[in-house]
Design a protein around this ligand. Structure first.
Ligand code: PLP
Length: 414
């Protein structure tokens, strides 16, 4: 079978593979607590579901413009103007099925063969995948634990070259929960103006923040013209499966992105957009309640993780992920990488987490191990998961047995 070469450059999101593994184990009757999933566990609020039903009943079942329904783009423009403090026109908004397509489309539209794109490592794996797919050169910027996983501006400066075409920022950040302080965003903005690059600002977690207000790089003078804001309903309104997101970008780029929508999916589902619009216009208590619940879960999981021998976890400022350093635990128990710890916890403790390999290609100089735990579940599940992790790691015989099995499998495959 002849497959185009470019497909070999396309990466993936291995979280979906872990999800398939969890489902398989559950189908065999195993009791698995999934802390691997990047989505709120709560149901979409009923006023939003009612709006979708109303949309279906009203006949919103046909195509709509590729850039999105006019009323919805207007509502989004108003919302982004207010929350980011910038004037946004509906023509600068493109509605897409989820936030992810904005990464796909904007990189396809802005990056040429050999252009360099600086992106956070660890980071959402689709950045690296799409940079490679577009023929661009990925330039990772390591987010360091001692900076609470924020950008190191000095390091960023050293990565900028005359080929830098785009910098991707994601604050609050997946997988670390870190944020980029306003001063640092300002410095990144100044670099963008000086070196003339795009900023793809992934703000999908902007409403899931535990202190203060979310800051967008688009607020700084001259930045609206070179920023692509990615946001959407997946996380804020617990609507991951509905597939609604949007990008805010200069009009000219918006027209190209809308053409990519025409060429790929035609448009985002019409009744879904209607419900998503009502989600923004309706009561926001469900969002506040959800974030209050996440805050409690965050405090519970961070305290629990810090009690586990060999783990150290910073308190994340946003999103719903804990990202403990597990290097000491891995070394002590004999796991070569956090991926092996991930497999051990899934198969022997019945807890699904993600190792750091899920968040971008590792740098050579990176000798630390991390895992990501999503704290969207119930308090009871989080407590039980922590208990299972602690007990399984303290069970020397179980650890040795797992490592023996793993090394035997490796021996066969080499
Ligand atoms: N950006 C980041 C940082 C994410 O974590 C995710 C989803 O996990 C997305 C974008 C994509 O969101 P969506 O599910 O709306 O496509």
């Amino acid at each position: 079978m002849k497959i185009a070469k470019r497909i070999s450059r396309l990466g993936t999101e291995t979280a979906f593979e872990v999800l398939a593994e969890v489902n398989e184990l559950r189908a065999k009757g195993r009791d698995i607590i999934a802390l691997s999933i990047g989505e709120p566990a709560c149901a979409t609020a009923s006023y939003i579901k009612d709006a979708a039903k109303e949309g279906l009943d009203k006949g919103l079942t046909h195509y709509n413009p590729s850039a999105g329904m006019a009323e919805f783009r207007k509502v989004i423009a108003g919302y982004v103007s207010t929350t980011r403090g910038i004037p946004v026109e509906p023509e600068e908004v493109v509605v897409v099925p989820g936030g992810k397509p904005i990464i796909f489309y904007s990189i396809l539209a802005c990056i040429e063969e050999g252009d360099e794109v600086i992106y956070p490592l660890p980071g959402y794996p689709i950045y690296e995948s799409m940079i490679n797919f577009s023929g661009g050169t990925p330039v990772p910027l390591r987010l360091r634990e001692d900076r609470k996983f924020s950008f190191d501006i000095k390091e960023l400066r050293s990565k900028i070259s005359d080929r830098t075409r785009m910098v991707i920022v994601n604050s609050p950040h997946n997988p670390t929960g870190g944020i980029i302080p306003k001063n640092d965003l300002h410095e990144i903005a100044e670099l963008a103006l000086k070196h003339d690059f795009w900023v793809l600002s992934d703000e999908i977690y902007s409403r899931i923040l535990y202190e203060g207000k979310a800051e967008s790089i688009s607020q700084f003078p001259g930045m609206k013209e070179r920023t692509i804001i990615l946001d959407g309903h997946s996380k804020t309104y617990a609507m991951t499966g509905w597939r609604v997101g949007y990008g805010v970008m200069p009009k000219q780029l918006a027209q190209h992105v809308a053409r990519l929508v025409t060429n790929s999916v035609s448009c985002t589902a019409t009744f879904t957009q209607h419900a998503a619009m009502k989600a923004m216009l309706g009561p926001q208590e469900s969002v506040t309640e959800m974030v209050d619940g996440f805050r409690k879960n965050r405090d519970l999981i961070v305290a629990g993780l810090n009690r586990i021998d060999g783990f150290f976890c910073h308190t994340p400022s946003g999103a719903f992920y804990a990202y403990p350093n597990v290097t000491r635990a891995c070394r002590k128990l004999g796991f070569k990488t956090s991926k092996e710890l991930q497999q051990f916890l899934l198969h022997k403790a019945g807890v699904a987490v993600l190792g750091q390999q899920c968040f971008g290609t590792r740098c050579k100089e990176d000798d630390q191990e991390y895992i990501r735990l999503s704290y969207v579940s119930s308090e009871q599940d989080i407590k039980e998961a922590l208990r299972r992790i602690e007990n399984s790691m303290a069970n020397t015989r179980l650890v040795e047995q797992f490592i023996d099995e793993l090394r035997a499998k490796e021996a066969i495959s080499t």
